[in-house]
Design a protein around this ligand. Sequence first.
Ligand SMILES: [Ca+2]
Ligand SMILES: [Ca+2]
Length: 293
Amino acid sequence: MLRKHLRLFGVGALVCGWMMSFVGSKSDAAVMTPPFATDTFPSCFSEYLYLTPAYTGLPKEVRVETYGCDFPNTLSTVRREINAFSGFFGTDTVNTEFISMHLAGSVVSPGAFFGTPVQFKVGQGTGFRPGLGRSPGQVAENAGPLNGQLDVFPANSVFDLFLDVWVDVDTDGLVDNGEVLRNFDQSLRMANPTLSGFPPGQIALDIYTSVGWVAENDLLLGEFGATVNTSRINFYIVNPDGTTSNFIAAQLDPTPLNQHIVTPEPSSMVLFGGLMVMPILRKFRKGKRTLSV
Ligand SMILES: [Ca+2]
Ligand SMILES: [Ca+2]
């Protein structure tokens, strides 16, 4: 009875969400000045999500650990300014931006959702749905004289990430309605105070850890001076046209465990087969299937 109620609630929330959908505004924060350099690197991402009862049809939220590494034949691509300016710390600083990242993996924590395929995408307009926001960042020297070059390492690095998380609920390899989740208005701030060099991961393992979130409309989004909050980040189901459904499918606790690890060598991830039951999603499946990945 409870489950039935939650299912009905979920559908109601979704319909309501569609009616109230909007397109997020784009921030002008951390606008980059040419010339640019581009770095590519392999990486893996460990992310802890709390799936909401409305999404799973279960009575309580479920915490899952997801883990993914580079989608076959892809590497993450980051653009950075070549000329440094005196930034928030008064040291040589450059603006950066994730151009693209595509990681594939699965739920790795035990339980009903173990093995469910999960993929991540980062980079403006490169998501599983249209309209994925820009993910800017900065790198600043921890010490060193101002010389207009970011050339003293280890350096301090942050990124504010807008993510598409595709949970392939029915493991059919198709991006079905209801399966793509996005943090529309709370970017995930990842920080690495000991970046080893450009490109990252070549001299040493570079580990970015979640430290909180920055509001999408923070004028300092992507910059060291932004306001960093530590409450949970909402991930909404994305409508096929890229607008938010206002249906919160999952939350991410940005404080403790989420890690993005840049590795010296490309690494791969064994995909687990598996199936889980998410009753509410069956209702979406009659809708359009968009792209196969
Ligand atoms: Ca310098
Ligand atoms: Ca699917």
